[in-house]
Ligand binder design. Structure first.
Ligand SMILES: [Zn+2]
Length: 551
């Protein structure tokens, strides 16, 4: 039927008006699979039909294949295992992507190899320009000591050199970097930070922690172009999709990061969906634009406002109620004073933002819960889903309060496996209440899977093994009381992650109507020995009905 007026009307609306046609025909069917749906009403399936980036049907081969016309692309899964796409609920993809693009990866096993890598970068860098490294880890280097200012002076006296610790809360710099940042022996420690000094001479060691690192950040010119940011996001997105991730939370985004994710999405270069927390300094700008949590689309969405209460677990600066083992005077660092946290969070809470505060140590978690409880008393919200980013070290009392608030902890999933050597500074008693998945699940709390990458590796199979075995890569067991089953770990890594971003109706299980995000595994994790879960190959990853990774 010819209908020119109607066509004119449609074209004036642009392409988007034509998209949401009610399609009921499958575009693609995958069958003969061992599908672990994570949907309690149908835990197992053999086949899925996909249309417009969503699951159209999930069920037995015979039923689903019935929907397939001759035109439909049919894929025989050959009995392989399929799980919902994994969701990393706390990571730093944009920042990590820029670093992989521009900086020296210092995840090396000796200080001399790190020096070598930095030296070769310095040789290609104009004198006076910064040489930057990331992912340095003091516990993984053969020398068994911290990187020093002298080590980095030996890399170059003509370049300012800065190496960030894998944990993200301390940096190590050379003499020229101190000079460029205007930091001298007479510079006082800022509130919530520390310039480390030699106890005998008072000479700066080149190590700086927490807010003291700002001095260097300000001195480093921000040379990334908009295109480079998009490239960084594309790079890390591909790295993540390869491991079976289909959604991630950026736990510390800026407006520039948000732009980079959108640019990558528009260019068809974003293989994982991003829920982007916004760091507190940008809150006012977002409020001014009328934006709040949930704004965006299925690919790029504004997350919580992000603040930081204390230090880091991997760098042993988290704020603890009791001192670190072997350091009787050290209980770690409170980074942001409680009144400052409260004032900003109140503003965000009143504007209906989700709140996400980094709190590792038991004392820090107590502080953040106290603020959340106060905010709910002063202005109750029905379903605020307060987030406790990391929420590493709990007590029974803290768990009760988390449950009462309906708050969401995002504990590190790969730390036991990857960072085992750091655990002795917390001690066996505390390890039984760290990364406390068992305690959370027993209390009915919807904890998530989270890597915090770069600080922790993001491979979901490593997360499963770490959570199920509580055993590090050398075979030491840390906090065995917190072990969970593979099935529980799978739910934590899928549907719980969706809940944490208010998207449990959109993703996290393999169900008709949900986004077609899933991962094909080389072996079934439910039949795999717990100690070899990490070796399960990722065969393929699909996000929104499109293969974003194929081995
Ligand atoms: Zn983080």
């Amino acid at each position: 039927m010819h209908c020119p007026r109607r066509r004119e009307f449609l074209s004036s609306l642009g392409a988007f008006a034509l998209l949401p046609t009610a399609r009921t025909e499958a575009e693609r069917v995958l069958y003969n699979g061992n599908i672990l749906t994570m949907d309690p009403s149908q835990p197992r399936a053999q086949a899925v039909a996909i249309s417009d980036g969503r699951f159209l049907a999930v069920g037995r081969d015979a039923d689903v294949l019935n929907l397939a016309t001759a035109r439909v692309a049919k894929t025989d899964l050959g009995g392989q295992t399929v799980v919902p796409g994994f969701i990393d609920a706390h990571t730093h993809p944009a920042g990590a992507g820029y670093q992989h693009l521009k900086q020296v990866d210092c995840a090396l096993d000796s200080i001399s190899r790190i020096q070598e890598a930095l030296r070769s970068r310095a040789a290609r860098t104009p004198p006076g320009d910064w040489v930057l490294g990331f992912k340095y880890d003091d516990t993984k280097t053969a020398e068994g000591r911290l990187l020093t200012r002298e080590d980095l002076d030996a890399v170059s006296m003509a370049h300012p050199v800065l190496v960030g610790h894998r944990g993200g809360h301390t940096v190590y710099v050379n003499s020229l970097a101190l000079q460029k940042a205007g930091v001298t022996e007479r510079t006082p420690d800022p509130e919530g930070g520390r310039f480390y000094r030699d106890p005998a001479s008072g000479r700066l060691t080149g190590r700086a922690a927490e807010t003291a690192t700002d001095a260097f950040e300000k001195a480093i010119p921000n040379a990334l172009s908009r295109d480079e940011r998009r490239e960084g996001v594309k790079l890390i997105g591909a790295m993540m999709a390869r491991t079976g991730l289909t959604s991630v939370t950026d736990a510390g985004g800026s407006p520039e990061d948000l732009q980079a994710y959108q640019d990558a999405r528009d260019a068809g270069q974003l293989p994982v969906r991003v829920y982007c927390h916004i760091r507190a300094p940008y809150l006012d700008a977002m409020l001014g634009a009328g934006v709040r949590t949930g704004f965006g689309d299925e690919w790029v969405r504004v997350g919580a406002v992000k603040m930081v209460c204390d230090g880091s677990i991997s760098e042993r600066t988290a704020r603890l109620a009791q001192p670190y083992v072997g350091r009787p005077d050290d209980r770690g660092i409170l980074v942001t004073p409680e009144p400052v946290l409260y004032e900003t969070l109140k503003k965000a809470h009143e504007a209906d933002w989700q709140l996400g505060v980094h709190a590792n140590g038991d004392e820090a978690i107590d502080v953040v819960l106290r603020i959340y409880e106060r905010l709910q008393r002063e202005r109750p919200r029905r379903d605020p889903r307060f987030r406790l980013e990391h929420c590493t070290m709990i007590t029974d009392g803290l768990v009760e309060r988390i449950k009462a608030l309906g708050a969401i902890p995002t504990p590190f999933s790969t730390y036991v496996y990857w960072h085992g050597e750091k655990m002795k500074e917390y001690g066996a008693e505390r390890l039984d209440r760290m990364f406390a998945l068992r305690s959370f699940l027993d209390a009915g709390i919807r904890a998530t899977q989270a890597s915090d990458y770069p600080p922790g590796p993001f491979e979901p199979m490593m997360a499963l093994q770490s959570e199920v075995t509580r055993t590090d890569s050398r075979g030491n067991v840390w906090g065995p009381r917190q072990k969970v089953t593979v099935e529980e770990a799978l739910r934590v890594g899928t549907i719980n992650g969706a809940y944490a971003s208010f998207e449990e109706r959109l993703k996290g299980t393999i169900e008709a109507g949900k986004l077609a995000d899933f991962t094909v595994l080389g072996r079934d994790p439910l039949r795999e020995p717990a100690s070899s879960l990490i070796g399960i190959p990722i065969e393929r990853t699909m996000t929104g009905g499109r293969w974003v990774f194929e081995a």
